[in-house]
Design a protein around this ligand. Structure first.
Ligand SMILES: [Zn+2]
Length: 238
């Protein structure tokens, strides 16, 4: 039975190794790198969306002005063609038509000037969108790369955990199931040692002392019935 308690210590070593592996799995640097790259990609997506929206708004206004200028030019041309068609001979009417044409062309020029101003606003926005899209492509490649690296690192840790778990189960299979359950209960309650060696009067789980008489009794009994540390609750192994 004292031998079985020693085996329990070996089981605990395996459990600790498994916990470390689980912690390593959760804190793989590849996971942080992937998380950062994904956050950067998300921020870029948001900037691309807002810059594009701004650019598209300017482009739409620009198109409206372009349509307006085209329509004004067509109207001026129409009046011009009628003027020189020979259908109109009244000088007064011809003069009014010329004034019409001049007015239409002035309006067209002012619309075209506004269109140019908008083009000057839109072009840097086009460049900004292109630049952001390029950055996004680079970050997208990073995300893929980090995801692949994380997958490989995870697989490695999981394989180690499987080996460790199999070894742990094999050890546990050789111990009385009630004792294993008792150990697991103590380990969960203590959030650390479920079983600990008693050296002198000191529990090696919490490094605190138990009364000397108690320690002596445990040593004499070989740990039977199972004795617990007064401080941390671990099963004591003499
Ligand atoms: Zn203790």
């Amino acid at each position: 039975m004292a031998g079985e308690l020693d085996v329990l210590l070996t089981l605990q070593e395996r459990d600790s190794t498994l916990e470390h592996l689980l912690h390593r799995h959760q804190t793989l640097p590849e996971r942080a790198a992937l998380h950062d790259a994904e956050a950067t990609a998300g921020a870029l997506d948001a900037r691309i969306a807002s810059t594009r929206a701004e650019r598209d708004k300017v482009a739409r206004e620009e198109q409206q002005l372009d349509d307006e200028a085209t329509s004004l030019a067509a109207k001026a041309k129409e009046v011009d063609q009628r003027m020189y068609s020979g259908e109109v001979s009244s000088p007064k009417e011809l003069q009014a038509m010329q004034a019409d044409i001049d007015q239409l062309r002035r309006h067209q020029r002012s619309v075209e000037n506004r269109e140019l101003e908008l083009m000057e606003i839109r072009e840097p926005l086009d460049a900004a969108v292109a630049e952001l899209e390029q950055q996004r492509a680079t970050v997208g490649a990073d995300v893929d790369r980090f995801a692949a690296a994380l997958g490989a690192a995870e697989a490695e840790v999981i394989a180690e955990m499987q080996t460790e778990r199999a070894a742990r189960d094999e050890i546990a299979a050789g111990i009385d199931p009630d004792l294993v359950r008792e150990y697991e209960r103590c380990r969960a309650a203590a959030k650390g040692a479920g079983v600990a060696r008693l050296v002198g009067t000191t529990c090696q789980g919490c490094h605190l002392s138990i009364p000397a008489i108690e320690a002596e009794q445990i040593k004499r009994s070989g740990g039977q019935p199972i004795a617990h540390c007064d401080n941390c609750g671990a099963i004591l192994v003499p």
